[in-house]
Design a protein around this ligand. Sequence first.
Ligand code: V47
Length: 352
Amino acid sequence: MRQKDKIMNRATEIEALELYDKELLALGKIADLIRINQHGKKTYFNINRHINPTNICKDICLFCAYSANRKNPNPYTMSHEQILQIVKESVANGAKEVHIVSAHNADAGLDWYIDLFAKIKNIYPDLHIKALTAAEVHFLSQEYGRSYDEILDLMVESGVDSMPGGGAEIFSESVRDVICKGKVSSSEWLQIHKLWHKRGKKSNATMLFGHIESRADRIDHMMRLRELQDETGGFNCFIPLVYQSKNNYLNVKKFITADEILRTMAVSRIVLDNIPNLKAYWVTSTINLALLSQEFGANDLDGTLMRESINSAAGADSADGIDLYELTHLIRDSGFIPIERDSLYKELKTWT
Ligand code: V47
């Protein structure tokens, strides 16, 4: 055990793995106590809009159904005008955040992204721009011969407020070699977030699970995040993403159970004692399991999204987002308090 972990009396890698073997409701109770202690019965969400400007990708991740390929032969790249129109409509519908992530398209170009962010910020200075995963930052850095620092500086200058957590997948190098060989490595992903945090900026962290990874791989993933968070404190939230199996090349025979998803939520809450928020991303877990996850440590349900292309391409029921009133009523009816938050977790409104 590392000295610091011993002092803080936190779960070691072995203890974290053992948590998985606890009786489900007993495990949930531990996670729930931590959640209640930190957040009471509050469940956060935001009014946001996901925008995925292009699906043309140089990388081939076996789990991905979004990028244009033989299974999804409909390549597209939106124009700035189209994106600005979407942003305009989203703001009119109450969106306070745009979440902009794409495939790795060499034709779109670094300037194309940077100009887009600057245009959005210029028109909507109060709109939070969450954009470019570490995988995209790595791609842009390689493609345009710029350092990570240079790309991150350009993002800050053009108005990007925070970084989304995508592209982390699972940090285990051997699993990565199978599911997403050739894209950003685990250490590069962590390094990019570290550099972003050094600028005083916040980001999120995801973990793609329920495919070919083991429980030990998930714990290893959480441990690497916990270590970086000890150093920077820059992660706002952890988001376990449940693998969606349709229209992709990852041949998974045995699907993850609801029991295992709930265990993973609870273990995440216990192990990641230094990341304040745990998001049950209703898109990949289904809304029902996301609501149940509130009893297993989760205190955030992401948001209304309005549109979603990446996971819906792989089978998730999220193409049109979720209605604001439906989401808030579901949270309340399940015994929790729906709190609209901004992208940095400032409370904006309690929904009744
Ligand atoms: O990086 C791709 C994942 C991610 C599949 O930061 C899949 O607040 C499941 O990162 N099954 C993009 N997952 C989504 C993402 C995200 C979502 C919500 C909030 C935030 C945030 C970030 O989706 C990708 C990849 O890991 N993904 N294909 C699939 N078949």
